[in-house]
Design a protein around this ligand. Structure first.
Ligand code: NIG
Length: 390
């Protein structure tokens, strides 16, 4: 069944030319974009949806989230708002809560979070393990992530569990735990930070994961300056996420990674920065240095309990100095780039003939309204693989 979606006021394609088409129409067929053109000369289709001048952009690609967890950390958030600082230690609170519930309840919670994200225009989602931290709990988290989201990531190296020696835990992560999660994940990640895993430990985890065939991602430079960004570049990671503390050397490494080839995407997490009162990641400086920047929610119960990509995009425009086009690109096409899904048969994050038909119609005439009317629920319609789901 083909569908003509027409009378689009502004179609922000996020294609290579950043094309923005007025009075546009799109045909979706068999889950893919089949045609793009003017609403005055559309081809025939089985069904027709008229959008009365609303804007359409690619569905959000949320390339960093932690949805496999139980419990919440309201008290910790309140303490932070009262002046406490964030430490990675809170991960243990969520890990304890997560270990206590059964597989089906853990799956149900993840499914509800995915549904919440989709209802706000997210059409492609990555999520991580990392609140299990035993072989069994990481394996079931990976299996649930595999079932519930588009891309799943092994983050056994999130925190050293209480009572374990950190090097022995790294041995476990690189050995039995990696073997157990391997059937369920495409990526491995590591929290490379003082208080979590050192650069050497992180390198061991990432090298073992790469040898096992996984793509690499890194949590880097969130809580202070350190070697996370440079390690990510050194190992050819697809993405280094957080990037709150970026030195001149880090910037040079990141921009150098883009010299004539696919480099390491810098994924910024604006909602996390606000919730932890961290310095906002220098997204403008990264872009100006030629680094590809993605925006993601980092939805998790500790540092960023939101599934709203629109909130992150608005923050990037209002507080990080990005244009609307740059912020939307970072939240769509560059999220796909961070996941290696920007081109080819599985391409998402841009509205291009042949790509997956993941569309987000706003109840507004332009994407500018995302920042102009922050906090207003602007999602009018969502199509995933060509099927209208909202
Ligand atoms: O990306 N930084 C590490 N992991 C999460 C936070 C985890 C937590 O505090 O529960 C993050 O912010």
């Amino acid at each position: 069944m083909s569908e003509l979606i027409t009378e689009i006021g502004e179609l922000m394609t996020q294609d290579a030319e950043h094309s923005v088409l007025r009075n546009a129409a799109v045909v979706v067929d068999q889950g893919r974009i089949a045609w793009i053109g003017s609403s005055s000369r559309p081809p025939a289709a089985d069904t027709v949806t008229r959008l009365d001048g609303r804007a359409v952009l690619p569905g959000w690609v949320d390339s960093h989230s932690h949805l496999i967890f139980a419990g919440d950390r309201t008290r910790e958030f309140e303490a932070r708002m009262a002046g406490e600082s964030y430490t990675a230690g809170g991960i243990a609170v969520t890990t304890n809560a997560t270990r206590q519930i059964g597989d089906s309840e853990l799956g149900r919670l993840a499914r509800a979070r995915v549904a919440e994200a989709v209802s706000q225009g997210t059409t492609y989602l990555e999520t991580k393990t990392g609140y299990g931290l035993t072989v069994r709990d990481e394996e079931r988290s990976a299996s649930i992530a595999h079932d519930e989201v588009d891309e799943s990531t092994f983050l056994g190296a999130h925190l050293v569990p209480d009572g374990l020696d950190s090097d022995e835990y790294v041995d476990l992560v690189c050995g039995e735990m990696l073997d157990a999660v391997l059937p369920f994940v495409r990526w491995a990640d590591v929290f490379c930070e003082r208080g979590a895993f050192s650069v050497d430990q992180s390198r061991r985890v990432l090298t073992a994961a790469r040898d096992a065939g996984l793509g690499l991602r890194v949590h880097g430079n969130q809580l202070g300056h350190g070697g996370g960004i440079r390690l990510a570049v050194e190992l050819g990671a697809s993405s280094v996420d957080h990037c709150n503390y970026v030195s001149a050397e880090d910037l040079e490494a990141l921009s150098g990674s883009w010299a004539g080839r696919q480099g390491t995407v810098a994924t910024v997490l604006p909602a996390c920065d606000l919730s932890t009162k961290a310095p906002l990641a220098p997204a403008r400086r990264l872009l100006d240095a030629g680094v590809e920047v993605a925006i993601a929610t980092n939805c998790n119960p500790g540092t960023s309990y939101t599934s709203s990509m629109a909130y992150c995009v608005a923050t990037a425009v209002l507080q990080m100095g990005l244009s609307v086009d740059e912020a939307v690109r970072a939240a769509t096409r560059n999220g796909a780039l961070a996941l290696g899904r920007e081109a080819g048969l599985d391409a998402v994050g841009s509205i291009v003939v042949g790509h997956r038909a993941d569309l987000h119609a706003l109840d507004a005439p332009s994407a500018t309204h995302l920042a102009y009317r922050p906090g207003v629920p602007l999602t009018h319609g969502v199509w995933r693989r060509g099927v209208r789901v909202v």
